[in-house]
Write a protein that binds this ligand. Structure first.
Ligand SMILES: [Zn+2]
Length: 253
């Protein structure tokens, strides 16, 4: 069974969720992490988890959303984190690669507070970091964060090594199937126990669907690419990545 460790499903209607799960199931994707970006989408994620067995959730405020948050966010998030199927805080993080994002000064305190919150609730974090991966991993370590998944990783070996040394996971998206992607050279240098895969639905559909709208059933293309690059049996990769996710996030699907 494959797992889609990171997907944004909050824009989908209930009917669309039903068909998304059905198609995922037909393609052996048995667990999807519906991931929020702010308090409004976090509430939607809670609802989706409650209504669907194969959906688990991550709730939190993304770096992009740190500028426009309500001052009640902290209490709201604390409440959401008590929901049994919310298995992580996310996506949260630091992004300095995109000029449309709020400044690092705006992102930092919200990220820090959410890391503390994750520690208090003994939950892992799902981290979005671009252009700042190594520093972000160091902040997590200094904040005594035990479990973190760096989602849609596109950083270099230096950053990846730091993440692994801290005991964190690296999640690869459909970018892994793109012909000139640097992470194709990086993958074999990562111990397989630290690897998971994701779609980041609706973005970054893998080849041969590149440029189209992504959905969780397509995560298998990224899984097969992991097997191809590592010269491993596809079923072995599938089993290993499944094991990596469920043990790290402590879920029993
Ligand atoms: Zn995302």
């Amino acid at each position: 069974m494959w797992i889609d460790a990171h997907a944004h499903l909050y824009d989908l209607t209930d009917d669309q969720i039903d068909s998304t799960i059905k198609e995922a199931g037909l393609n052996k994707i048995g667990l999807i992490v519906s991931t929020a970006t702010n308090m409004e989408t976090s509430q939607k994620v809670v609802r989706q988890c409650t209504m669907n067995d194969s959906i688990y959730g991550a709730a939190g405020i993304s770096p992009f959303d740190t500028e426009s948050i309500e001052n009640t966010w902290y209490a709201t998030l604390e409440e959401i984190l008590t929901q049994p199927k919310i298995i992580a805080l996310g996506e949260i993080g630091l992004d300095i690669s995109n000029p449309r994002y709020p400044s690092l000064e705006t992102q930092l305190p919200i990220f820090g507070q959410q890391l503390q919150l994750a520690n208090e609730h003994n939950l892992p974090v799902v981290v979005h970091s671009r252009g700042y991966e190594k520093e972000t991993a160091e902040i997590c370590r200094k904040t005594s964060v035990k479990r973190a998944m760096f989602h849609c990783f596109t950083g270099d070996y230096d950053a990846a090594k730091k993440i692994i040394d801290n005991g964190y996971l690296i999640s690869f998206s459909g970018i892994l199937t793109f012909k000139n992607a640097e992470i194709r050279n990086l993958l074999p240098k990562i111990p397989i126990e630290h690897i998971v895969i994701e779609t980041d639905t609706p973005y970054l559909a893998p080849v041969p669907f590149r440029g189209k709208r992504n959905y969780p059933a397509l995560v298998r293309y990224t899984g097969k690419e992991v097997a191809r690059i590592l010269n491993m049996d596809v079923e072995l990769v599938e089993k290993q990545l499944y094991h990596n996710f469920v043990t790290y996030f402590n879920v029993q699907p």
